[in-house]
Structure formats: C-alpha cells, structure tokens
Design a protein around this ligand. Structure first.
Ligand code: CS2
Ligand code: MG
Length: 402
C-alpha cells in the first residue's frame, strides 16, 4: 500500500479544527487531528509546506519509521507545532492500518484491557453555588467523576468558567481577551468549593480540579494540603512545568494526587516528574504527544513509576483525537481516567464517530480504524476564523500564566 496524497482540512463548527486526511492507492484514507488551539494555521502550514511532500509514496503501515523520519528528520525537534503535525500523521496512519486490517485500532494496541473508559465531565459555575448545582447535573447524568471550576469572588473572569450556558470553550475570535487573576483570592476560595461538594454529594464521586499552571510550588503545596480532607482524584497543572524539579516541593507537602502534562509533547518533557514519581497522572494526549506511537512509549515509561494516564480531552481536541485516545485508554494497562468535554452538535455532525457514552464511561466502538469520519461538504459551511486563547494578568497588571 502506498500514500498517494494528503490534504489539510480546516473547519470551524463552533471552534476551529485542523484535520489531516491521508489517501492511499487502495482507496483507504486515514484521519489525524492537527488542531493546536490558537495557533491552528501554524500546524496546517507545517504539514502542507514541509511534511506532506515527504509523505507521498511512503508505506502507511510503517508508522514507526515514519515517526522517526519526521522526528529525527526535522532537525528542529519537539515543540507543540512540530509534534501536533507529527501526531496528525501518526493518527492517520493508525486509522489506515485499522481500516486495512478491518479491525478497531485498540486491537493493534494490545486489545481491550477493560470494559469501558471512565471519563470525567466539566462542571463549572460563576460562583460556588452554581458550580455545586452543575456538579449535581453531571452526577445525575451518570458521571462517576466530575471536574469542578468556579468563578472566584473578587475576580471578574477566570479559567474554566463558561460565559453562557453552553460548555466552556476557551478560544475566542478577535484578539486575545485579558483575564484578571489573584492567587490569594483563588487559594482562599477553592477549599470552600470542595468542602461544599463533599458535604452535598458525599465521598463516592471522584472530584477533580485544574489550577491551570497558576501556582508556585509552595502555593501548590498549600492548596494540596488544604484539599486533603476532600480527597480529590487529582489536582491538575498546579505549577508550570518547565521546571520539573519544582514538583519536588509540592510532593513533599501533600498527598493530593497530581496530574500534569497536557501541554507536553514528548517524553522528555515529563522524564523527571515521572521517574522521580512527582506526579500521579500524565495528561499527554495522542494529538499533542506526536500520536499513538509516541504516547504508547510514554505510557510504558510511566507504568514503571506507578504513574497512570489521564489524557487531555478538551473541546479543542477534535473527535478524531477523542477516538484515538479511547483506543489507547481501553488498551493500556496503567489507565487512569479520560477527560470528556462535550463538543458542539455541529462538531459531532462534521465528525461522525462510533464512540459513545454510557453510565459514566466512554466506549470507542468497534468500527475499523479509529471509528471517526469527516463530512467535507458540511465542514466547508463552517469557515475558519482566527481565534485566540485568553491571556492573564495579575490584579496589578503583571503578565501571568493563563
Ligand atoms: C484545560 C483545557 O481541559 C483542560 O484540562 O486545561 O481546557 C485547556 O485550557 C485547553 O485545552 C487549551 O486549549
Ligand atoms: Mg488542564
């Protein structure tokens, strides 16, 4: 089998998505997600201008050699743009392989290791009361695990809180909106939120929270300790992770489980935090981690150090990414949990898929390949429009992490 062509498809059914479609001489095509939220066209161009010309003529079954070719051959290695483009190619090759062998991709990754993939939903509210109500709605829908993010008294807007009644979608058309931040107000508020959630819903439901890269190690230690009575499933992205050793300070002070890594794109980004057991969950998703080929290696390395997986699954990862993650999740032994932010109805129509939700679990379905398709005609009715993630400033105007 040979690759005969590939094209980059861009659509915006509620938010921008970039999809790679690889064609073969046997009429089978594969899909890969190449969406990098707020930098979509950088990946689209990297694929069209630099990688696709080298893809034509390659055997799509050679996913390891193709991965190495585009990783080592880039010279300028790693980084979110490079690895999202490589991830898209890798996902499309696994999709082609599954279709050619008439089997779902999970059978090529080790087969099913569990009956379903436990997911967590995203509950958020403008204040504590609204957030508690939202968590209750997810529990009523059958979710076993719910992430809770609420507005912070004294701060006009913050990460994770939807503007309207629809689910939270961070990217916005136009130039980057500016959020305002106060770590002190945040650290005072979050323990009250989880105290209220445990009082209302008891101990059984798994509760998660995302600090979204905004604390220093000692602040994260303080928050972790203050949340211990509420036994979170995890506290995510407590600290920015360029300095992996910073998590030694957090680890020394708290038993709250830590999740990290949605912004990582190779195993080297996580090598210290995994090998020193400074985290409990690695959040890398197939799209950003250079595809399933590399993510399998990350999971094997993590397994040696008692670290479980917890793939990123926000709305800016398309249904192609979600499907790939589910084939990975259901097969890998050290599975932890899967994030499941709901896409818009239009997105689900552009990307028809076989995965489905049932009683708090997602199932990848048994369609050959990844089990997702792409309706090009419908996709063309949702034109791309540049959008940005917000930026974040402290109350005194100091530029901070969003
Ligand atoms: C968040 C994401 O889902 C999460 O855990 O960190 O919503 C993140 O903000 C977006 O994926 C950024 O594009
Ligand atoms: Mg996150």
């Amino acid at each position: 089998m040979k690759i005969t062509d590939a094209k980059v498809l861009i659509t915006s059914p509620g938010r921008n998505f970039v999809t790679l479609k690889i064609y073969t001489d046997e009429g089978i095509y594969g899909l890969g997600d190449a969406t990098l939220n707020g930098r979509e066209l950088a990946v689209a161009s990297y694929l069209s201008e630099h990688l696709i010309p080298c893809l034509i003529g390659r055997d799509p079954f050679q996913h390891e050699d193709t991965w190495q070719y585009f990783y080592r051959g880039a010279y300028w290695r790693r980084g979110p743009v490079t690895m999202a483009a490589l991830g898209a190619i890798d996902l499309a090759l696994w999709d082609i392989k599954g279709k050619a062998l008439n089997t779902p991709v999970y059978n090529l990754l080790g087969g099913k290791s569990r009956t379903g993939v436990m997911v967590y939903g995203h509950a958020n509210g403008k204040d504590l009361e609204e957030t508690v109500d939202e968590v209750g709605k997810y529990i009523a829908l059958g979710y076993r695990a719910v992430r809770a993010q609420s507005g912070i008294p004294g701060i006009p807007s913050t990460y994770g809180v939807a503007k309207g009644k629809f689910h939270y979608e961070p990217a916005e058309k136009g130039l980057p909106p500016e959020n305002i931040w106060s770590t002190e107000k945040y650290l005072l508020h979050v323990p009250k939120l989880f105290e209220a959630l445990r009082l209302k819903f008891g101990d059984d439901v798994h509760l998660l929270h995302d600090s979204h890269h905004r604390l220093s190690p000692i602040e994260a230690a303080r928050l972790g300790k203050s949340l211990e009575p509420y036994h979170l499933f995890w506290l995510e992205d407590a600290v920015t992770a360029e300095l992996q050793e910073g998590f030694r300070i957090v680890r020394q002070h708290t038993t709250t489980p830590l999740a990290l890594g949605e912004v990582f794109n190779t195993i080297w980004d996580a090598q210290t935090v995994i090998s020193e057991q400074l985290i409990d969950y690695i959040r890398m998703a197939p799209l950003h981690a250079g595809g399933l080929t590399h993510l399998k290696k990350v999971a094997s390395f993590a397994e040696m150090y008692h670290v479980l997986t917890g793939c990123h699954g926000a709305t800016d990862l398309s249904p192609v990414s979600m499907a790939a993650a589910l084939h990975f999740d259901i097969s890998v032994n050290n599975f932890g949990i899967q994030e499941y932010m709901l896409h818009t109805k239009q997105t689900d129509e552009v990307f028809p898929h076989s995965y489905h939700f049932e009683a708090g679990f997602l199932h990848p379905g048994d369609a050959p390949g990844l089990g997702v398709d792409y309706d090009e005609k419908l996709a063309s009715t949702f034109p791309y429009e540049r959008a940005y993630l917000p930026v974040n400033r402290k109350l005194d105007g100091t530029m901070f992490d969003w």
